[in-house]
Ligand binder design. Structure first.
Ligand SMILES: CC(C)(C)[C@H](NC(=O)Nc1cc(F)cc(F)c1)C(=O)N(CC(=O)NO)CC1CCCC1
Ligand SMILES: [Zn+2]
Length: 184
């Protein structure tokens, strides 16, 4: 069972690596790892489990955050309509995206970052993505809003980027000029 001690924190070099493509078809070991990662997110959103194991409530987790140099991550959260998003994605990539950008007004956090960092993280409002899912099927999806933000936050991890790399260094609340940027 994954708990907070298994989640690497900023400063660990693996968070600054571009991670390796997962070889396909996905191995049983990688499939099991994804299931453990998804179970972490579910446990962290279950009040009893969260309290019992002192888990930070997670909506996304990338493989390098548990020390694995693999291009895969999981996402688990309710959408606006309360429907549960549950995705385990292998070798994910953005194939196209909107010009419009969005940001979380409360800024972002990270399971690998134990400090509060304020500032806007501009991300594409809509992304068309391709990936292999937990069953080894090639999928294509369109994500928007919070789902698009989570996807981009996790994809950044696979490319060695942290959310604060995207905050304007001079003025954390300055947004890009030449594109439309909306608050979520
Ligand atoms: C770091 C933490 C604060 C635990 C964050 N959770 C989170 O943002 N929850 C949340 C936010 C909302 F706006 C509405 C809501 F219902 C729940 C999270 O899991 N991550 C995942 C992570 O660190 N992956 O590596 C950070 C999020 C910041 C933006 C997307 C993912
Ligand atoms: Zn993160």
């Amino acid at each position: 069972m994954i708990t907070m001690k298994d989640i690497v924190r900023e400063g660990d070099p693996i968070l600054r690596q571009v991670t390796q493509e997962v070889s396909l078809p996905i191995s049983d070991e990688d499939r099991e790892t994804l299931e453990c990662m998804m179970q972490y997110l579910k446990n962290s959103q279950d009040p009893k489990m969260q309290k019992k194991y002192n888990l930070r409530e997670g909506v996304g987790l990338s493989a390098n955050q548990i020390g694995l140099n693999k291009r895969m991550f999981v996402m688990y959260f309710p959408d606006e309509k309360g429907q549960q998003y549950e995705y385990a994605l292998v070798n994910p990539r953005i194939v196209s995206h909107s010009a419009t950008m969005i940001y979380l007004p409360q800024s972002e956090g990270c399971l690998s970052v134990d400090r509060d960092i304020k500032g806007y993280v501009p991300r594409y409002e809509r992304v068309k993505i391709k990936a292999v899912d937990g069953n080894g099927e090639e999928i294509e999806m369109r994500l928007k809003g919070f789902a698009a933000i989570v996807f981009q936050h996790e994809l950044d991890h696979l490319n060695g980027m942290m959310f604060y790399d995207r905050i304007n260094a001079d003025n954390p609340f300055k947004l890009p000029e030449n594109v439309e940027v909306k608050s979520l």
